[in-house]
Design a protein around this ligand. Structure first.
Ligand code: ATP
Ligand code: MG
Length: 234
C-alpha cells in the first residue's frame, strides 16, 4: 500500500533522514522504532507532506504522491495523528471531530462516524460540547485518533500515541489500535514504548540517526538483544 524509497529529509545543515526505504502492506501494522532524534517524526511528516523531502519517493497504491498536497494525500487515504496530539484546545470535542472530516463531502456519513466514535469512547460523548483542551491527556489522545479516523483513512500514521500517558491508558490506546488493525485498517506506528508497539506489529523498522538499522519480524528483534538494547532499551 505504501512504499517509501530512499527518503531524505534535511533541515538546513541537519540531515534527519538518510535514504530511508520502507514498505507497509495492505492490512499490516508496521512499527517504526528508534531513539529520540532518530528521524521518526521527520519521516511521518514527510509522508503527510508537512515537510518537503530533499529527495526520495513516496508511493501510495502505486501512485507517486511525493509532490501531492497534504489535503490531497488525506483524500487519497493517508492520514496521520501527529506527535503531541495537536487537537484544537479551544474548539469543542465535536468541532474537533468534524474538522477531521473536512475533506469529506458526505455529511450523512460524517454524522454516522461521529456517532460511532461517541459510542466507542463514551467520555467523548459526555464532553461533546466542551473545549477539547479540558480533556485529560489520555482523552485528548483518543480524540486525536478519532479525529484522524474521521477522514476515513486507508493508512493511518500514528506518531507516539503513548507519549506522556499513564501505563493503563497506554494499554487501552494500544488495545484500540489492535481493534483498528482487526477491522482491516493499515497502520504505521511510531513509538518509544517498544513493548506496546510490538504487541500487534507484523513487522518492525528500527532507525537511529536517520538510518535504517533493522527490518523484520518483532520476534527476531526481541532475540537480537544487542540491537534492542542499543537502539531501544528497556
Ligand atoms: N524543524 C526542524 N528544524 C531543525 N532540525 C529539526 C527539525 N525537526 C527535527 N529536527 C532534527 O532532526 C532530527 C530528527 O528529529 P525527529 O523529530 O524526526 O526525531 P524523532 O525520531 O521523531 O525523535 P523523538 O523520538 O524525540 O520524537 C533531530 O536531530 C532533530 O533535532
Ligand atoms: Mg518524534
Amino acid at each position: 500500500m505504501l512504499k517509501v524509497e530512499k527518503l531524505v529529509v534535511r533541515y538546513g545543515a541537519v540531515t534527519a533522514v538518510r535514504e530511508l526505504s520502507l514498505e507497509v502492506g495492505q492490512g499490516e501494522l508496521v512499527a517504526l522504532l528508534g531513539p529520540n532524534g532518530a528521524g521518526k517524526s521527520s519521516t511521518i511528516n514527510a509522508l503527510t507532506g508537512l515537510v518537503t523531502p530533499a529527495s526520495g519517493r513516496i508511493v501510495l497504491d502505486g501512485k507517486d504522491i511525493s509532490h501531492v498536497r497534504t489535503e490531497d494525500r488525506i483524500r487519497a487515504g493517508l492520514t496521520a495523528t501527529p506527535e503531541g496530539r495537536h487537537i484544537f484546545s479551544n474548539l469543542s470535542v465535536g468541532e474537533n471531530l468534524r474538522l477531521g472530516a473536512a475533506t469529506r463531502r458526505d455529511p450523512a456519513g460524517v454524522r454516522q462516524d461521529i456517532e460511532r466514535f461517541l459510542s466507542l469512547f463514551p467520555v467523548l460523548s459526555e464532553r461533546f460540547g466542551q473545549a477539547a483542551g479540558t480533556l485529560s491527556g489520555g482523552e485528548q489522545q483518543m480524540l486525536a485518533i478519532a479525529r484522524s479516523l474521521m477522514s476515513r483513512p486507508k493508512l493511518l500514521l500514528l506518531d507516539e500515541p503513548s507519549l506522556g500517558l499513564a501505563p493503563k491508558i497506554v494499554a487501552r490506546i494500544f488495545d484500540f489500535i489492535g481493534e483498528l488493525k482487526a477491522q482491516g485498517l493499515t497502520l504505521l506506528v511510531v513509538e518509544q514504548n517498544a513493548k506496546q508497539a510490538l504487541r500487534f506489529a507484523d513487522r518492525v523498522y528500527v532507525v537511529s540517526s536517520g538510518t535504517l538499522r533493522y527490518d523484520g519480524p518483532p520476534a527476531r528483534l526481541a532475540d537480537e538483544h544487542g540491537l534492542f538494547n542499543l537502539y531501544i532499551g528497556g
